[in-house]
Design a protein around this ligand. Structure first.
Ligand code: Z5A
Length: 216
């Protein structure tokens, strides 16, 4: 049985990752492929517990390394229990955030630097890499407007300074520049249908031969 493909969707808050992850799974199934959606932090019972700790922590400041270690702990469980078994069973895995988020948020945003994240990646994830990473790029002002429309979501966004979010965005773009074969940057300012169409084009460029009808 052919191994499935591992696709990650990355970007800042409100970029449309969850929306596009759901649409991509539906699209893959229409191509006759078996697909599964998952997310980080989360994806396993332990991962969801770690998500609760990280997302709903109290007001105390954490060292960015503490957060980083929690994200990588959840990630190892996620790989072993969900991602790798699904790929081995021939499923396509669509993951809403993965290790590039740790590089962008903790490495760049929280200024831990890329080296500790890269070292932890080697230790925890090893040689496993997404086959394709879709980076949804959105200016902060647009993301902020979108999240304000969604009840309760703006607080989380506002909690961190603008400079933090700018560093995160720059971090994702730096990752894409460093690994252009793996990463495709998608203009997320477009309407959701246009973003989905851009994602489908990136998918066909990368995997065209594996879809029904070969290249389409
Ligand atoms: N984090 C980290 O620091 N390090 C790590 O290693 C990992 C994560 C893995 C939780 O992530 C937090 O964890 C996050 C990073 C950190 N930081 N915070 N704070 P998350 O993925 O759970 O949370 P999020 O990124 O904030 O998700 P989100 O707010 O749900 O954003 P989204 O998934 O990118 O967007 P969406 O839910 O699809 O859409 C947002 C809204 O915009 C919604 O009302 C949509 O209907 C609307 N939308 C979507 N697309 C469009 C378009 N194209 N046009 C107009 N409106 C749109």
């Amino acid at each position: 049985m052919a191994r499935g493909a591992f696709i990650t969707i990355e970007g800042g808050e409100g970029a449309g990752k969850s929306t596009q992850a759901r649409r991509l799974v539906v699209w893959l199934e229409r191509q006759g492929l078996r697909a599964v959606a998952t997310r980080e932090p989360g994806g396993t019972p332990t991962g969801e517990q770690i998500r609760e700790i990280v997302m709903h922590r109290g007001p105390e400041a954490w060292h960015p390394l503490t957060e980083t270690l929690l994200f990588f702990a959840a990630r190892r469980e996620h790989l072993d229990r969900v991602i790798l078994p699904a790929l081995a069973a021939g499923r396509w895995v669509v993951c809403d955030r993965f290790a590039d988020s740790t590089m962008a948020y903790q490495g760049y945003g929280a200024e831990l630097g890329p080296e500790p994240i890269a070292a932890l990646y080697d230790l925890v994830v090893g040689a496993i890499k997404p086959d394709l990473t879709l980076i949804l790029d959105l200016p902060l002002a647009v993301a902020r407007r979108r999240l304000k429309r969604r009840a309760g979501a703006s607080d989380r966004f506002e909690r961190r300074r603008r400079a933090f979010h700018e560093r995160v965005r720059a971090g994702f773009l730096a990752i894409a520049a460093h690994e252009p074969k793996r990463c495709s940057v998608i203009d997320a300012t477009q309407p959701a249908d246009a973003v989905a169409a851009a994602i489908e084009r990136a998918m066909r460029r990368k995997f065209g031969r594996r879809f029904a009808g070969g290249r389409a």
